[in-house]
Design a protein around this ligand. Sequence first.
Ligand code: FAD
Length: 453
Amino acid sequence: MLHQERIQSLNDSEARSKSRYVLYWMQQAQRVRTNHALAHAIELANERGLPVVVGFGLMDDYPEANLRHYAFMLEGLAEVARELEQRRIRFVIRHGSPDRVALDLAEDAAIVVCDRGYLRHQRDWRETVAAEAGIPVVQVESDVVVPVEVASDKAEFGARTIRPKIERRLDDYLVALDEPKPAESALELELKSDFDPADVDGTLKKLKLDDRVGRVERFKGGASQARRRLERFIDEKLEGYADGRNEPVARQCSELSPYLHFGQISPLDLALAAKASKGVGKEDRASFLEELIVRRELAMNFVAFTADYDSFSMLPAWARKTMAEHEDDEREHLYSEIELEAGETHDPYWNAAMREMRVSGYMHNYMRMYWGKKIIEWSKSHEEAFATTLKLNNRWFLDGRDPASYANVGWLFGLHDRAWTERPVFGKLRYMNAGGLKRKFDIDAYVEWTMTL
Ligand SMILES: Cc1cc2nc3c(=O)[nH]c(=O)nc-3n(C[C@H](O)[C@H](O)[C@H](O)COP(=O)(O)OP(=O)(O)OC[C@H]3O[C@@H](n4cnc5c(N)ncnc54)[C@H](O)[C@@H]3O)c2cc1C
């Protein structure tokens, strides 16, 4: 089912009467299955007796992206191209900024359908396309379970305040999407692509990329990989998730965040699979849905309603005040960004976490919290710590550069959190220490495991 609340007209232009196709400009939701935007484009095309073309703009310098991110994304797009062809939909991938490529392809289209992205540059591109296309541009919100404005019309204080708002509407939106079939084939249309999506290595060579951060072995991009991980998670790890998710040694979590970030799998598919899982305790299911829907969509709410979501200025007033009061506190250890990035601190647990991030593009959630809290402790100022954390997060994580990146780095500095007992450097920010790691789990086993990566 495709809810009307997911669909938003971005301009009031008239559809072009003489046109060759309906264009789905793919940007955020890089998948074929359970893609509400693609489904809407197919419906509109079928109503007009037109084929569907999916267009993708591939630029050299996507904000903060490097070789690691591009390789993962292109592995996913290779599958997108194959799956679209099976459905007789044409995939066109061109070199250029996503908005310019969309506008080029829009010249022969009746209507443009796009998916929704919440970050500043994603919003800007959609605004440009809506302003310049001269035909209707319709945005379909495809990468959240409950549409952001349905859940709330303002930036929420935290999970506590958004949870009841999401839960109230959850049953309405936890429903599978009907996948319409295109009536017309687009495969015969004459349209050139600048890249062969099947040739990932060749495409990477043609692009001018920041190659200081290399590809990873641990995660291969693509919807089939994501579905395999999801099946394994539901069969083997969902039972016990509520207790196990915080355990970096057992790693009893889905490890699907990179796929969600690139839109290679729909959060709706994850939620429906968890809901339908047999023999799994209610508490485990609820705990997974809390992370996947409440926490993840709190992050979308945050960036959608906070203009300066990536700046220190967005932090709550109480947090900025307490940090200012502790700005001059003595720091026992100080490390530069280079030392941090290399994992050269006195703390073997922290270095191991940094290694997991550097080598594999991912880090377990509990270690992410510890990792970020220590950067606060080891930086000259809170503002410097904020900038370093965000930079490293977005550079090394496959799931970086996401609304969840800004919300969670913000959380380290008090966002969506409350004041705790006051202490040096942190002030009233929540504190974490290595003692907690040792007490809670076999942290040495984690260190050993990271050496095998
Ligand atoms: C300092 C710090 C930085 C972080 N940076 C990122 C980031 O750049 N990108 C990112 O996607 N997540 C980030 N997170 C949130 C969280 O750590 C990851 O989403 C999670 O570890 C991904 O692993 P998983 O897929 O196995 O999660 P699971 O436990 O399997 O959870 C399922 C899904 O729920 C979502 N989710 C889980 N926890 C959170 C959370 N706290 N906030 C928002 N969504 C959540 C993710 O999409 C995740 O894939 C960060 C957390 C911290 C503390």
